[in-house]
Design a protein around this ligand. Structure first.
Ligand code: HEC
Ligand code: HEC
Ligand code: HEC
Ligand code: HEC
Ligand code: HEC
Ligand code: HEC
Length: 416
């Protein structure tokens, strides 16, 4: 038994080491730092994003002209403000960490989109968690085989009866039944917790919470052709688009009470928010003040962090964008949902405007993707009659202006 325990322990340690190894192999520290601290603003070999291409950092005049380019670069990254740069936030990194980032940048080979070599594919797949799990399972299985044969060898040398893998397994299960059941339940709970945690962090694409009323955009905006602006009336002239109040619903649902029980039940919830019963009461606009209203508690779907500023009117009215370019085909969905970048790339308006998103919806990269590609229509746009001349002078010879040229990449425009 003690021998068995020792085997079990070594097996456990092996598994832990194995996992650590994979993490180290898949991502060097330099890569990790780059991805979490720099990638939002710098590409490697992909051209300028918000800051210059990382491959060009070391050849920048700013550093080349000094006695110690590398040392100056390190100082720069630690505190760009010392160099009069306010657009890049100071990075709390040690000189060693910054050098690791540079090593990673130096060794990084940009992915060639058309020609995908088999090596690249293999590398990409090895970081896929499913593949890693499969490999771990396989290795564990091999390990079991090896251990059982070792055990049998030992037993043989002590002239004890030997066991096959299956018999060992059966014995182990009968002896440890309770432990196995508890372990299994714990494992599943842990996985469930982890899954929920991961879904909650940063991932907003496809987010579509259940709403207090089974509202359907498809039925209203699709089949009945109600204009988005009828319900989201502030999108055209204010920063927030807002969700309609129950009064807006009552414009129709004071009369439209639903064709079947299910519909009537859901529409009844709108009535309830006025303190009325759809079956017995009457609705009277003149008595609106006397109703005990409790607002319908719609759950917010889109929610940018507080430090970011987004204005609907600027995009819809001034920029002339359609709702679908950012929200996808809402008229084909039930309740509100955050569209995915892939869905947005299939929207005709975006194809026509030459907009292709590379970053997940609602991230900073997503905003920038569009600002780099969408041309601003300045002719006949009152907002620009003043600005127009100045910009044309600034970018002489350029015919089409994208949003970034009118300041769409300036931090202060999107951040308080
Ligand atoms: C929020 C955006 C942002 C982040 C994050 C960011 N940078 Fe920058 N970085 C910039 C901008 C913008 C510039 C250009 C500033 C200028 O020249 O006025 C810049 C410039 C630089 C330069 C100078 C390049 C040159 O050609 O002058 C280096 C080096 C640099 N960044 C390294 C880093 C490293 C390393 C990280 C991560 C640890 C990082 N940056 C993170 C925005 C960022
Ligand atoms: C322009 C008119 C109009 C407005 C405004 C309107 N609806 Fe409707 N709604 C309809 C029509 C028409 C139906 C189809 C009724 C039926 O099932 O016979 C309907 C059906 C529904 C249903 C039943 C869906 C089903 O399963 O059949 C719900 C729930 C509903 N609406 C909620 C709302 C809410 C909430 C609002 C306000 C945000 C609203 N409606 C605003 C016209 C409207
Ligand atoms: C340029 C992209 C873009 C366009 C075009 C756009 N939206 Fe939005 N919409 C957003 C973003 C980003 C948010 C999240 C805003 C926030 O959290 O502050 C949002 C949020 C919303 C919300 C949630 C309430 C709010 O204001 O935060 C509604 C409703 C909405 N949009 C409806 C519309 C409608 C209707 C249209 C068309 C008239 C439209 N949007 C056009 C990007 C866009
Ligand atoms: C009849 C009224 C009505 C019409 C018409 C309508 N919506 Fe909505 N919309 C709502 C209601 C009510 C909600 C809140 C419940 C939900 O999330 O589905 C909502 C939610 C949304 C949200 C998510 C808001 C959030 O919390 O982030 C978006 C985006 C949105 N609508 C876009 C559109 C677009 C685009 C159109 C036109 C194709 C449209 N809506 C037409 C009533 C309407
Ligand atoms: C589908 C394209 C698109 C997306 C996505 C988009 N924008 Fe824009 N944005 C525009 C256009 C077009 C304009 C120019 C509007 C105009 O003519 O002033 C603009 C202008 C702006 C401006 C004003 C810039 C200036 O110099 O006046 C701000 C601020 C802004 N957007 C913020 C955001 C934020 C924040 C996001 C992401 C949450 C975002 N935008 C996503 C297309 C987009
Ligand atoms: C077009 C709009 C826009 C511009 C321009 C912009 N940002 Fe952002 N930024 C955003 C949005 C939206 C978010 C929130 C993204 C999210 O929640 O994932 C964000 C997030 C951030 C974050 C938090 C880290 C993160 O990735 O979530 C930092 C730091 C930041 N921005 C710095 C800057 C700096 C510095 C500049 C100027 C060089 C800048 N931003 C320019 C829209 C913008």
């Amino acid at each position: 038994m003690t021998l068995y325990k020792r085997f079990f322990l070594s097996q456990f340690v092996f598994v832990i080491l194995f996992f650590l190894n994979i993490n180290l192999a898949a991502q060097s520290e330099g890569e990790q730092i780059f991805k979490s601290n720099c990638a939002a603003c710098h590409t490697i070999g992909g051209g300028k994003l918000i800051g210059p291409d990382a491959k060009e950092w070391l050849s920048s005049d700013r550093f080349v002209s000094t006695d110690d380019p590398l040392g100056t670069l390190v100082k720069y990254v630690q505190n760009p403000a010392d160099f009069g740069v306010l657009e890049m936030p100071a990075q709390a990194l040690t000189a060693g960490e910054i050098k690791q980032v540079l090593d990673y940048v130096d060794g990084y080979v940009p992915e060639v989109k058309e020609v995908v070599t088999s090596i690249e594919v293999a590398e990409e797949e090895s970081t896929n968690p499913v593949i890693i799990l499969l490999i771990v399972t396989l290795i564990l299985f091999l390990l079991i085989l090896v251990l059982v044969s070792v055990k049998n060898n030992l037993k043989e040398s002590l002239s004890l009866p030997t066991e096959t893998v299956f018999e060992s397994f059966k014995n182990y299960v009968t002896i440890n039944r309770n432990k196995i059941i508890i372990g299994f339940v714990l494992f599943i709970s842990l996985m469930y917790l982890l899954y929920n945690l991961m879904m909650g962090v940063g991932v907003v694409e496809k987010y579509q919470p259940d709403q207090p009323i089974a509202f359907s955009h498809e039925l209203h905006a699709g089949l009945n052709g109600v204009d988005c602006n009828y319900c989201h009336s502030s999108a055209k002239n204010s920063a927030h688009s807002g969700v309609p109040s129950a009064n807006v619903c009552m414009n129709c649902h004071a009369v439209v009470k639903g064709g079947d029980d299910k519909a009537k039940n859901e529409i009844g919830k709108i009535w309830k928010s006025f303190g009325l019963d759809i079956e017995t009461d009457d609705f009277d606009w003149n008595k609106l003040d006397t109703y005990q209203q409790t607002p319908i508690e719609w759950i917010r779907v889109h929610n940018l962090p507080d430090h970011a500023y987004f204005n609907h009117a600027q995009h819809v009215t001034v920029g002339g964008l359609e709702c679908q370019q950012c929200h996808g085909n809402m008229q084909e969905k039930t309740v509100g949902q955050v569209a995915t970048a892939e869905e947005l790339n299939k929207i005709d308006y975006n194809i026509k405007d030459g907009i292709e998103f590379d970053h997940p919806t609602l991230t900073m990269g997503w905003c920038i993707d569009c600002h780099r590609q969408k041309e601003v229509d300045m002719e006949g746009n009152d907002y620009y009659t003043e600005m127009h001349k100045n910009i044309k002078e600034k970018h002489e010879g350029v015919e089409n202006f994208t949003v970034d040229m009118i300041g769409g990449l300036e931090c202060g425009k999107c951040h308080y």
